[in-house]
Design a protein around this ligand. Structure first.
Ligand code: DUC
Ligand code: ZN
Ligand code: ZN
Length: 474
């Protein structure tokens, strides 16, 4: 038998196993695993390297309208290019509805932005802002059946926050259709209350973004989201969890047998509120929500990863340029943290940070790394086993890693369209050197070899993790 490509001599790790064997690839799929696979048009020597399922980043933002005068730095081209250099073969960005917009039109608009422009595979989550009868009764169920099988709701933000009644109505649609609901859990009124008080006291610097949304604001909303989901009997994913108190709410629900899942992100492992203290507006570089907390919260988030409370580790890449009036230095942002665009980049640094801080420092195993960075994303969002593993029949989505390469993270190494990285200066060991999407190298030995358009849109199945448990109250 001959193959298009054989990856030879590497150590393969999946979420379950670590083995030394070769990978045979044909027609974009993995068609054989074993020794002495025979002939191929191309033999890739992976001696001394790890051969891992390509990363799947199930929480990124590209090309989202972000308010008057603000422009998101990455579109689908630059965002997926950056993702590829970070060892990712697939990303799940959001298609975000505005009030009054047809969801069908939103999906069309985001396809127009993405199709033909991506270096790695993509699939959209929907963001539901308008809960009118037309959206919830007709458009959303039809879109779930068309493969848009997850959606996010916000409990905060002007023009986006849903009331409890609206959350319940959205959750009911998810229950009926088998979709998975992702929740941004922060208490909108409490943030507004604290923001007003801080501003009145003249506390307007970026640093005060943190004090405007302290841990109780996230913990309470997490508790409420879980309680609403319990009433409806619908599985939920609490995204971007920043601290132990919110994590414990998720753990408690899981121990009760509820299908509640959790996600955390690099900013909650390696950044703290002190990073927002920078002189002048420097702190704006770290403004994201929920905000980075303290060292104790970092170690509690690690516990959440180690103990399986968090099943996915995502970047929440939400890119704004710093030195740019359409980015973090928007003139209004100088008047108050309230107006600083919310979000930080990280799609390229997510995996090296988790690998180095996690695997190299002995906090998690290599197999747990694969689960948290790829396999569990595929399982959670209806992509498994086509994506997220190295197995015969799976797409040949592969990242080849040098596990011993030491790198100091720096903006000069990044391939995003942002002008900084919040992880500047962090030293990591382990780096993705090549990324292959469906059998073709997009990045090879640190060089871009793919073209925009190599990445395809992937329609998703309903998640097996999203089935109700049958304990609902109606
Ligand atoms: N939520 C996100 O998921 N990303 C960036 C900002 C936000 O509030
Ligand atoms: Zn969010
Ligand atoms: Zn996000």
């Amino acid at each position: 038998m001959t193959f298009d490509t054989i990856i030879r001599g590497g150590t393969i790790a999946t979420a379950a196993d670590t083995v030394k064997c070769d990978v045979g690839i044909q027609g974009g799929k993995i068609t054989a695993l074993g020794a002495n696979l025979g002939e191929a048009r191309e033999i890739v020597d992976a001696t001394g390297h790890l051969v891992l399922p390509g990363g799947i980043d199930s929480h990124v933002h590209f090309a989202q309208p972000s308010g008057p005068g603000i422009v998101m730095a990455d579109d689908f081209e630059s965002g997926t290019r950056s993702a590829a250099f970070g060892g990712n073969t697939m990303v799940l960005p959001f298609a975000v509805q505005q009030k009054g917009e047809s969801l069908r039109q939103v999906v069309k608009d985001y396809h127009a932005k993405a199709d033909g422009n991506c270096y790695v595979d993509v699939s959209f989550h929907l963001v539901i802002v308008d809960t009118s009868e037309r959206v919830l009764g007709q458009e959303l169920p039809a879109l779930v059946n068309d493969g848009y099988t997850s959606f996010k709701v916000f409990m905060t933000y002007e023009g986006m926050a849903l009331s409890d009644m609206e959350m319940l109505n959205v959750m009911a649609v998810a229950r009926e259709t088998g979709a998975l609901v992702m929740v941004h859990a922060e208490n909108y009124d409490a943030i507004r209350f604290l923001t007003d008080r801080l501003e009145r006291a003249g506390k307007t610097a970026p640093f005060f973004h943190g004090p405007s949304r302290p841990i109780p604001i996230e913990r309470e909303a997490t508790h409420r989201a879980i309680s609403l989901a319990e009433l409806v009997d619908v599985p939920v994913m609490i995204v971007h969890v920043s601290n132990g108190e919110a994590m414990e709410e998720i753990r408690r629900a899981q121990q009760k047998g509820l299908k509640v899942y959790g996600e955390t992100c690099p900013q909650y492992l390696v950044l703290t509120e002190q990073d927002l203290e920078g002189l002048n507006m420097e702190g704006a570089k770290y403004v994201c929500s929920p905000p980075p907390r303290d060292k104790k919260s970092q170690s509690e988030c690690w516990k959440g990863l180690q103990q399986g409370v968090f099943s996915v580790f995502s970047s929440d890449h939400c890119p704004f340029r710093y030195d740019d009036p359409q980015g973090k230095l928007t003139p209004k942002g100088r008047t108050s943290f309230r107006w600083v665009p919310n979000g930080i980049p990280g799609v390229e640094t997510r995996l090296p940070i988790l690998f180095s801080e996690g695997v190299k420092k002995g906090r998690i195993s290599l197999n747990e790394f694969v689960a948290l960075s790829s396999t569990n994303h595929a399982k959670t969002y209806g992509l498994y086993p086509k994506k997220g593993t190295i197995a015969v029949g799976a797409d040949a989505d592969i990242a080849i890693w040098d596990p011993d390469r030491s790198v100091t993270i720096s903006q000069s190494l990044m391939h995003h369209n942002v002008d900084y990285t919040p992880y500047e200066g962090i030293e990591v060991t382990g780096w993705p050197v090549s990324t292959m999407v469906r059998g073709r190298f997009v990045v090879r030995d640190g060089k871009l070899t793919g073209a925009k358009g190599d990445g395809e849109y992937v329609s998703r199945d309903k998640s097996p993790l999203a089935t109700p448990s049958g304990t609902g109250m109606f």
